[in-house]
Design a protein around this ligand. Structure first.
Ligand code: PGA
Length: 252
């Protein structure tokens, strides 16, 4: 089933968030054929989870269980409100210096509390231009995921987010997306076996919007979209989920 995830990042007051969810709830029947997930700032999760017809996603999680970690939120705390957590987003790698080792610990915490991680990976512009982007991606995936056993990995969702495409309006081309998604799919199959390797959803994120959603989703190797900027306006996002819904009903 196709996943469409709205990543609001650090946007919206509580009143704006509530208003958005009330509008979105009118379209809850669209969630029958696709999985629509909403990722608000963590501070809004208690309020939003009490009114949302759509499952929620946390944007971050602590790498540790509890303790003296000012400002952090644990997997156990989040598990009351969400089923998923975005982990490894390039903005966290860039601004908060999160590395593969740290991200792996966060994923470990997600698994411990039965949260499904949405693990983001993707190359920067330099690796893309130099041509070594597949190696870049391979080490992200190997270092973060390859020590987990198959049973845990089965709840994982991946999101290919080329850093140069995030918030820039430059979506990766169909060929670029296909190349990376096929490459990653094969890595997963080789490491975790066919039945799990084929099943792990691989989403695409990076300047997705209602104009390019069909083209990106038409790629056989894309299992959904992680939408940032274009998810902030409720009617824009509803257009994307309508498109994904129509696309899914024709495809399956
Ligand atoms: P964008 O963000 O859609 O604004 O490019 C995507 C993301 O960072 O998840």
């Amino acid at each position: 089933m196709v996943f469409i995830v709205a990543n609001w990042k650090m946007n919206k007051s509580q009143a704006q968030a509530v208003e958005y969810i009330h509008i979105l709830n009118k379209f809850s029947d669209l969630n029958k054929h696709i999985n629509v997930l909403i990722s608000p700032p963590s501070i809004h999760l208690p309020v939003i989870s009490s009114i949302s017809d759509f499952p929620l996603v946390a944007q971050n999680v602590s790498h540790l269980e509890n303790g003296a970690l000012t400002g952090e939120i644990s997997a156990q705390m989040l598990s009351k409100y969400v089923k998923h957590v975005i982990v490894g987003h390039s903005e966290r790698r860039q601004f908060f210096l999160e590395n593969n080792f740290f991200i792996k610990e966060k994923i470990q915490m997600c698994f411990k509390y039965k949260l499904s991680p949405i693990f983001c990976f993707g190359e920067n512009k330099n690796a893309r231009n130099k041509g070594n982007y597949l190696d870049f991606i391979k080490s992200q995936i190997q270092e973060v995921l390859f020590d987990f056993d198959v049973a845990k990995i089965s709840s994982l969702i991946l999101a290919y987010e080329p850093i140069w495409a995030i918030g820039t309006g430059n979506t990766a081309t169909a060929l670029q997306i296909e190349e990376v998604h096929t490459y990653v799919r094969n890595l997963l199959i080789l490491k975790f076996g066919e039945s799990i390797g084929f099943r792990i959803p691989i989403l695409y994120g990076g300047s997705c919007n209602s104009d390019n959603a069909v083209e990106i989703l038409s790629n056989d190797h894309v299992d959904g979209l992680l939408v940032g900027g274009a998810s902030l306006d409720a009617s824009n996002f509803i257009n994307i989920i309508k498109i994904a819904n129509e696309f899914s009903s024709n495809r399956f």
